[in-house]
Ligand binder design. Structure first.
Ligand SMILES: Cc1cc2nc3c(=O)[nH]c(=O)nc-3n(C[C@H](O)[C@H](O)[C@H](O)COP(=O)(O)O)c2cc1C
Length: 202
């Protein structure tokens, strides 16, 4: 995984790629090479980039200061329907996660195709990520990103360390349809380091 200085020089695409690289090096890469595998981290990263994902904003606030905190994540996934659980992976190098994990609630905002700027902003390291960002409050009082496709009010249920990431499992407490405009708003799609939308078959 790139160090913080290195990460600061990365594009957002690189940063998300580095997230995959982190997985590559922690599980199978040469840095921790097992005798039975020798996978080139860059090749692994390029290959994983072929897995198209959506992007979410994970937001909350630091109870000590009341200031909002957040990050962009494409590792988000559903985990369980009953009980309702979702999950995402966070790099141990994240400076926002230590604040977010203390938040009384976490909100997941599912980003729309027109919210690439939100993703870029929340992926930036340092600075005020929320300056100029249109936000609101979830029903349970957690900061959310306005204009998202949907919001999930969550609470951290479990955190498992896995290499240089944490696998976070969160219990969903409230579902709210988003306020994205349009009858059938498109999701933000992340694929091979670039952003796009989703075109339903004609
Ligand atoms: C498209 C995209 C997806 C990302 N997905 C993740 C992710 O799943 N997990 C993660 O730890 N970081 C992910 N990142 C990086 C974080 O959003 C953020 O850059 C990182 O946490 C550093 O910021 P922080 O120090 O404020 O936490 C992603 C970045 C981008 C641009």
């Amino acid at each position: 995984m790139a160090d913080r200085e290195g990460a600061a020089l990365m594009s957002n695409g690189d940063r998300a790629g580095a997230h995959h690289t982190a997985i590559a090096s922690s599980y199978t890469g040469r840095a921790s090479a097992g005798a039975d595998c020798d996978i080139d981290p860059r090749r692994f990263r390029d290959l994983l980039g072929r897995f198209a994902t959506g992007v979410v904003a994970v937001t909350g606030y630091d109870p000590a200061t009341g200031r909002p905190a957040g990050l962009a994540a494409n590792s988000f996934t559903s985990v369980s329907l009953d009980p309702p659980l979702v999950g995402f992976c966070v790099a141990h190098t994240s400076s926002s996660w230590p604040l977010l994990r203390r938040s009384p609630g976490l909100a997941v905002s599912i980003l729309g195709a027109d919210q690439e700027h939100v993703c870029r902003r929340l992926a930036a390291k340092g600075g005020d990520k929320f300056a100029g960002l249109e936000t609101g409050w979830s029903p349970l009082g957690t900061p959310i990103v306005a204009g998202a496709l949907a919001w999930l009010d969550c609470r951290v249920e479990a955190e498992h360390s896995a290499g240089d990431h944490a696998i976070v499992v969160a219990r969903v407490r409230r579902l709210t349809p988003g306020d994205a405009t349009g009858a059938d708003p498109a999701p933000l799609v992340f694929y091979r380091g670039t952003y796009g939308g989703f075109l339903p078959p004609a």
